[in-house]
Design a protein around this ligand. Structure first.
Ligand code: SAH
Length: 236
């Protein structure tokens, strides 16, 4: 790896160190498990999953990759944390999910090697962990075939997001591990849309992931203040 790589190695180590607890539905990553069905629902609003060639960028232990494969997608999960890729592979094997495979490669390198090769690109809760998120957005735009779709999710940057996603989720409610997020890495929808526009992706739609602390449930909604999902298309 060279210093020009678009990766914070301490982020990779932080996630990799927690690999064995990735699939515990009540563990540190339970929030990812809880929001996963909402992501699948959002993707389905814009795309067919069955039979589609999909790359899941920053796949971690494979929560979204495996769900996409269960929906009939031909999935490649990529990440730079070897421990997570191992956990993802073992989990798919245990579950008998065959149409998913994992690889340790960056989005940028895969885009160099296999440009315009995927019908769908997903990149969830990853952009806020890299030094240059616009470079990942550009790589996703290169990975997708013309006419294909690209999906991102990340955290918005404003006072409410700081209070809910960091103070609330990490310290008060203990929803996600302390130190998971850094406020200045959060991304406003307008910023993400501008990076996407710069690489000719057209916006299709955006939804918020809202949390109700009383019911302790997540749902898709109009409120984009904290966590949001956004879909783009690469024109034909
Ligand atoms: N997308 C998964 C995991 C999110 S956690 C999900 O939502 O379920 C963030 C993931 O991004 C971690 O697995 C981490 O290893 C990965 N990551 C961070 N920087 C990366 C980079 N530069 N390239 C690829 N993956 C990266």
């Amino acid at each position: 790896m060279t210093t020009s790589d678009n990766v914070h190695s301490e982020e990779i180590e932080k996630f990799g160190a927690k690999a064995e607890r990735w699939w515990d539905p009540t563990g540190e990553f339970r929030t990812l498990h809880q929001v996963n069905p909402l992501r699948i629902r959002f993707i389905r609003e814009y795309a067919r999953i069955r039979g589609q060639k999909i790359v899941d960028v920053g796949c971690g232990g494979g929560i979204l990759s495996e769900a996409l494969a269960r929906e009939g997608g031909e999935v490649r999960g990529i990440d730079l944390a070897p421990e997570l890729l191992e956990v993802a592979e073992l989990h798919a094997l245990e579950q008998g999910v065959e149409n998913v495979r994992y690889e340790g490669i960056s989005a940028e390198s895969l885009a160099d090697r296999e440009p315009e090769s995927f019908d769908l690109v997903t990149c969830m809760e990853m952009l806020e962990h890299v030094p240059r998120p616009a470079s990942v957005v550009a790589a996703c735009a290169r990975l997708v075939k013309p006419g294909g779709k690209v999906f991102f999710s990340t955290l918005n940057r404003n006072m409410k997001a700081y209070l809910l996603a960091i103070v609330g989720a990490e310290y008060v409610l203990d929803l996600i591990p302390k130190g998971t997020h850094q406020y200045d890495k959060f991304i406003r929808p307008s910023e993400l849309a501008a990076w996407a526009r710069a690489v000719d992706l057209e916006p299709l739609g955006i939804r918020g992931i809202e949390y109700n602390p009383l019911s302790r449930r997540f749902r898709l909604g109009k409120n984009l203040d904290v966590n949001y999902l956004i879909a783009f298309e690469k024109p034909l």
